[in-house]
Design a protein around this ligand. Sequence first.
Ligand code: NDP
Length: 275
Amino acid sequence: MSVKVAIVTGSNKGIGLAIVRALCKQFQGDVYITSRDVGRGEEAVKSLSSEGLNPKFHQLDINDLSSITAAAAFFKKKYGGVDILINNAGIAFKEGDQTPFAVQAEVILKTNFFATRDLLTHFLPLIKAGGRVVNVSSLWSAWALKDCSPALQQRFRSEDITEDELVRLMQRFVTESQKGKHKEDGWPEKAYGVSKTGLTTLSMIQARRLSKERPNDGILLNACCPGWVRTDMAGDKATKSPDEGAITPVYLALLPPGTTEPQGKFISEKEVQPW
Ligand code: NDP
């Protein structure tokens, strides 16, 4: 039987590294640390090797289309596809950062929404039957959604929103922020939250599409919140260790064969959350 493979984006540190640690212990197959920086990725491999684990490494910068296509070609050639994909790479500005809101909006959405979507565009066709895709979103996605205008909320919650419409909405948020008019246009003052509203909604759209286009393949795709986790992003006051933050993403990645739910849901603490 061919070797199975799991890939975690942005896994040289933080929650991503903890997800790789857990998968190395629980998943029967190769597990890849991916990192935009080769040096940081190799250091991460060394740190897990010193724990007696055996992750592999591939360079992957989700903001770089050539890096995405090179990685996709590598996994297609070596494994014939991908069994588990965890989209964990993400960015945030620190609270109190003085960077103008319009710049934060553009930079955050570029990585958390547009680049993650680019990655999914190239990797979803590679997901094998029985595969699992987990998008690490945030409870902020639901909080930002509640602060959107009723018209926007209706679109993000609707079952007929398309990926193109979602992309246009995310672009509109960035453009309106640059004009200083995002509030008048119905958006909250939450760039990170809106980026994750986009990611959670994208997960729902793509899961519906997978169920329709590949009904017999049993692929499950969900978004989740890892909780408030002590990492460079969230700081040392957060309540969970990275290993604790990895629990829900890993649970979704390892849903047993034949499982049909959750599909296209937003999960926190292993529970489906309202949207
Ligand atoms: P960290 O800042 O510790 O780690 C983020 C990881 O993403 C790093 O490995 C970083 O790489 C990588 N990354 C950023 N941009 C790119 C890119 N363009 N290509 C590839 N990798 C990239 O954050 P966390 O571990 O806390 O966050 C992981 C995920 O969890 C994020 O999506 C975050 O939004 C989400 N999350 C985190 C929460 C928390 O409390 N910590 C709460 C809710 C959600 P590099 O080292 O090169 O910068």
